[in-house]
Ligand binder design. Structure first.
Ligand SMILES: CC(C)(COP(=O)(O)OP(=O)(O)OC[C@H]1O[C@@H](n2cnc3c(N)ncnc32)[C@H](O)[C@@H]1OP(=O)(O)O)[C@@H](O)C(=O)NCCC(=O)NCCS
Length: 173
């Protein structure tokens, strides 16, 4: 059976919480998702679930951020978190969530996505090292885990500066 990839509904909230808690072995990511739902600019169209036999087995969320430079502000999205339940990993569900998610971001008119994550996973979807493009993070992280993707060709032209995350990212531990 193939997983269905679709936008979340209210009925998925609990399944999303459970999937994040199990996949990350902790509560931080599920709390982050709940907090981001209350944040400005939150869009259920950019919170996608993978459903298999009526169960949420994976989830991905994109939230609005700003890239701030002395020259001005550029709107972008942050990909965080994403998860697939361990018993369903390595079957392409994460890739399906990411590809469909990026398509929805593009459809909604977004041009840039940043991620702080596995350095060997995201490059296959086109993400490149963000530091090399002149972007910085408001916290310490190894340079290879901070990546950016252009959803529109040339979207990074003339863009540099620090990523400003919604408050929810700083409040949840
Ligand atoms: C990362 C994750 C979402 C991938 O989901 P998935 O459904 O297994 O992904 P896919 O089946 O599409 O892709 C599997 C590939 O991802 C790779 N992968 C899985 N976890 C990885 C990791 N931690 N680092 C690098 N690559 C990873 C697998 O090795 C596999 O590679 P291959 O295609 O070369 O064999 C899933 O492993 C997960 O939920 N992990 C725990 C939570 C997490 O780390 N989330 C991401 C935070 S950045």
């Amino acid at each position: 059976m193939e997983a269905i990839i679709r936008a979340e509904t209210r009925a998925d909230y609990d399944g999303i919480r459970k999937a994040n808690k199990k996949a990350f072995k902790g509560k931080a990511e599920s709390k982050l998702v709940d907090a981001l739902r209350e944040s400005e600019g939150y869009s259920p169209a950019l919170s996608l679930v993978a459903e298999l036999a009526g169960q949420v087995v994976g989830h991905i969320l994109f939230s609005p951020i700003i890239i701030k430079s002395p020259a001005g502000e550029t709107p972008a999205l942050a990909l965080a978190p994403m998860c697939v339940l361990s018993e369903h990993q390595n079957r392409g569900i994460g890739s399906a969530l990411l590809r469909r998610g990026l398509e929805e971001c593009r459809k909604a008119g977004h041009k840039l996505v940043v991620v702080v994550g596995h350095e060997n996973y995201y490059p296959r979807f086109g993400f490149v090292k963000a530091g090399e493009k002149g972007l910085t993070l408001p916290f310490e992280a190894p340079p290879e885990v901070f990546m950016v993707l252009e959803l529109a060709p040339g979207a990074l032209a003339g863009v540099s500066g620090e990523v400003v995350y919604p408050r929810a990212f700083h409040e949840v531990e």
